[in-house]
Ligand binder design. Structure first.
Ligand code: BEZ
Length: 227
């Protein structure tokens, strides 16, 4: 069995998302052109017509309006061809009640999967019929500057959590707008943390309602008056 190897240096948070041309269920794309001025979630699944993947793609499709509200485009990927993707999308819509309209990349030769390191080396059950590794469940959140802002890797056996993907996007976008970070399990509306680079003097004017729990932990609501 040949073991595919990543084709680029390791992608890290802050890396530029590699550009590529690809066929998708919606026709050919150039990835950076597809991103345009939007945020983008690029996510892979192991295989078309498989159970966990069907539930995931249906759930992402049903949440497309929530992603769009945040200026985020979705794009899927697996090592299957476009005809397979198109036939499977009909099943996904029938089973989950979705109207899946975002493109799914056809990456049968795993060129993009290898560039994005979406292949693992430990799951002997996640192979195609030739024994070559399929993709894992990777999520890349990419911002409008094409910078990778989040990487998640899930094994084939475990479906992802769409609410967590949206939650991280909310955190990243809020952190880009205000000088804050977000605590454990934060969701919009919860108190945020004043960024360590903001002095108490500055915080008094930017976040009038901030409170000091410890010198290194300062919380504030993030409402209209306190930005
Ligand atoms: C699934 O989607 O159920 C699945 C796909 C590949 C390997 C294991 C599970």
């Amino acid at each position: 069995m040949s073991i595919p190897q990543p084709t680029t240096g390791t992608l890290r948070l802050g890396s530029k998302a590699p550009d590529f041309q690809a066929d998708t269920s919606n026709g050919p794309i150039s990835f950076h052109e597809y991103i345009g001025d939007s945020w983008t979630v690029l996510f892979s699944h192991p295989d078309d017509f498989t159970p966990v993947c069907t539930t995931e793609l249906g759930a992402f499709a049903k949440l497309e309006p929530e992603f769009a509200k945040r200026g985020v485009k979705l794009i899927g990927l697996s090592a299957n061809g476009t005809e397979s993707h198109k036939a499977w999308i009909k099943d996904i819509d029938e089973i989950t009640g979705s109207h899946l309209s975002f493109p799914i990349i056809a990456d049968a030769d795993r060129k993009i999967a290898l560039a994005y390191d979406m292949i693992d080396f430990q799951d002997a059950t996640n192979l195609d019929d030739k024994g070559v590794q399929l993709t894992i469940r990777s999520v890349f959140v990419i911002d409008p500057k094409k910078t990778i802002r989040l990487i998640m890797s899930y094994p084939a056996s475990t479906g992802r959590n769409t609410a967590e993907v949206l939650r991280v996007i909310d955190s990243l976008q809020t952190g880009d707008k205000y000088r804050i970070t977000t605590p454990i399990n934060w969701v919009p509306g919860d108190d945020v943390i004043v960024h360590p680079s903001v002095s108490n003097e500055e915080a008094k004017t930017i976040f009038p309602k901030f409170r000091i729990i410890k010198p290194y932990l300062r919380l504030t609501p993030l409402d209209i008056e306190s930005k």
